[in-house]
Design a protein around this ligand. Structure first.
Ligand SMILES: Cc1ncc(COP(=O)(O)O)c(C=O)c1O
Length: 391
């Protein structure tokens, strides 16, 4: 095992695994042990590790150029933006490098909108966000993140975020005031414990936004790019956001963030209003373009089939261990199993058994496998969990 204590800041509690290489749904340690990946680098490697088409696109790009300034045109950026818009909402894209940056861009955009709507003397600036949300670690996105444990030691936070209750529409209507300009929500809360928005809630948010002329931001940084069987989770609900934020899987394994906004909102940004030196880097964009092309109907259907099977198998475990498992929930291959006890020991035992899973909110085992898994992989995980839970 490599020790990182001397030179790396201690922000990550790491597991005892030093990765040597990864391919498809497998990772190999430095010592040569093989692991089945049910975490996908936190919903990044949705197509599995090192997909040949993504590697090909990267190789073709790196011999052309690695970086050009955003002051020049890049046809791959235009192509990827066009594809993302076609798949989501008619509008325009701003490319960045990460999820937090994609959300920062969305926050700036809705503030611009609020300034124009409220006029110079009474700019609207408040954004309604939700308990257990997670939107990133920069100061603005940390302020939008409503989990106290992330705030400790970093106050004062940025003002202008008002908290309402996830899946409780009445709390949202109460939170709206004359300063409100937007609502920001994850259709499936990932870090918050894999909590899926109800249709009533999400459609209600759309209605409230229409009624009060607010902008609706969907943060699909974790739930997007095929993870839930649709390209974007909101597509399960029959409504559309005004702004959609993406990262993680959108770069096919390389750092990329994207903020997609309807035309009437996107046009509020003029020259110099926003920018990023590396945002939409040519290599990340090439990888992202290859990844988007690979997220086809056949793969999404695999997410549907394996997602249903996964739920069924986990619910069987729940029936077998009612004293240890509280609830199984999720959408597609974004799945959580809430325990009645802390889950970290189970994550460690899975690791020992050669399977990578995760735990969030202390008690929720979180599974984010690559979208290429099959029922045998699920059987392997469920069999391992069964053995662990029976002991
Ligand atoms: C829903 C959501 N939003 C934003 C982020 C922040 O993304 P990043 O770590 O790329 O800044 C995350 C990361 O887990 C996320 O899950």
């Amino acid at each position: 095992m490599v020790s990182d204590k001397k030179f790396i800041m201690g922000t990550y509690k790491r597991y005892p695994l030093t990765v040597n290489r990864a391919k498809g749904k497998y990772i190999w340690s430095k010592e040569g042990k093989k692991y089945l990946d049910f975490f996908s680098g936190l919903s990044v490697n949705n197509l599995g590790h090192c997909h040949p088409q993504i590697l090909k696109a990267i190789k073709e790009q790196i011999i052309k150029h690695l970086h050009i300034s955003n002051l020049y045109y890049d046809h791959l950026q235009v192509e990827l933006a066009g594809k993302l818009v076609k798949l989501s909402i008619p509008g325009k894209v701003f490319f960045s490098n990460s999820g937090a940056e994609a959300n920062e861009c969305a926050i700036k955009l809705v503030r611009k909108y609020g300034h124009l709507r409220g006029g110079k003397r009474k700019a609207k600036y408040k954004i309604i966000v939700f308990d257990n949300s997670f939107h990133g670690r920069t100061l603005a996105t940390l302020s939008a993140t409503r989990q106290k444990k992330f705030h400790n030691g970093f106050t004062p936070l940025l003002s202008g975020f008002k908290q309402a209750k996830f899946n409780e529409l009445s709390t949202v209507e109460k939170a709206i005031d004359s300063n409100t300009c937007a609502i920001m929500v994850e259709p499936v809360q990932g870090e918050g414990g894999v909590r899926v928005a109800t249709g009533e809630f999400l459609r209600g948010l759309r209605r409230l936004c229409n009624k009060f002329k607010l902008l609706l931001i969907f943060d699909e940084i974790q739930s997007g790019m095929g993870r839930t069987e649709k390209m974007f989770a909101y597509q399960h609900y029959g409504i559309k956001p005004d702004i959609l934020t993406l990262a993680k899987g959108v770069g096919g394994g390389l750092p990329l963030g994207a903020t997609i906004a309807k035309d009437r909102i996107a046009k509020l940004f003029g020259y110099g209003n926003h920018g990023s030196t590396f945002g939409g880097n040519p290599v990340s964009v090439a990888a992202g373009l290859a990844a988007v092309k690979l997220l086809n109907g056949k793969l999404l259907n695999n997410v549907k089939v394996t997602g249903n099977y996964f739920m069924k198998r986990l619910n069987e475990l729940k029936s077998k261990y009612p004293k240890r498992i509280k609830q199984v929930r999720g959408l597609g291959l974004m799945v959580g199993m809430e325990l009645k006890e802390e889950g970290e020991e189970i994550v460690k035992k899975c690791l020992e058994q050669g399977i990578l899973i995760n735990c969030t909110q202390k008690k929720v085992l979180r599974f984010l496998p690559p979208l290429i898994i099959n029922n045998n992989d699920i059987d392997k995980l469920v069999g391992t969990l069964d053995k662990i839970l029976s002991s």
